[in-house]
Design a protein around this ligand. Sequence first.
Ligand code: SF4
Ligand code: SF4
Length: 167
Amino acid sequence: MEMSRKILIDMIKLRSALAENSDLKIPEGLFYQTANSNGLKSIRELAVFRFSCRKCEDAPCISVCPAEALEKDSDGIINRHTNLCISCKSCVTICPFGTMMTDFFKHHRNKDLYYNLNDRTELNMFIDSCPSGVVSITESDESPEKNIYSLNDNILIREYLYTTEKP
Ligand code: SF4
Ligand code: SF4
């Protein structure tokens, strides 16, 4: 992908789509050959823990995890160790803010639902597989007034931050 073009993932639209159909199978995008690919950690997971999570001081998700798979990094962002996680979803259930979606870790060992976003064909398949309008290509940049934030050099995320007033 050209440097000026970015992938915009609209977490707000994704939540609406999931609210309408909780059985929806959400494809996951990731970048292979990066630190993020270890254990198929998806863009959605990185986005949720970075932007949606309230970063609770005594995080109940960490205490409830039977596998000690969750910990905070030095910025207070939750990191899930995919090699330890047993997909029990206790953390999803206990989070008082519904940060994690109900399907969140369900498919994390199913490679068929993962798309390599460095590959143009797979990127197009990822866009087509996601609910309409959730993923798009944009030449725009980070724009907090539109609830759009940069996850990394290639990805923009649209999400309400907990410090942001909803319109
Ligand atoms: S309980 Fe929910 S909001 Fe709190 S730190 Fe864990 S994921 Fe974030
Ligand atoms: S789903 Fe994974 S991270 Fe969450 S509580 Fe269970 S083992 Fe821990």
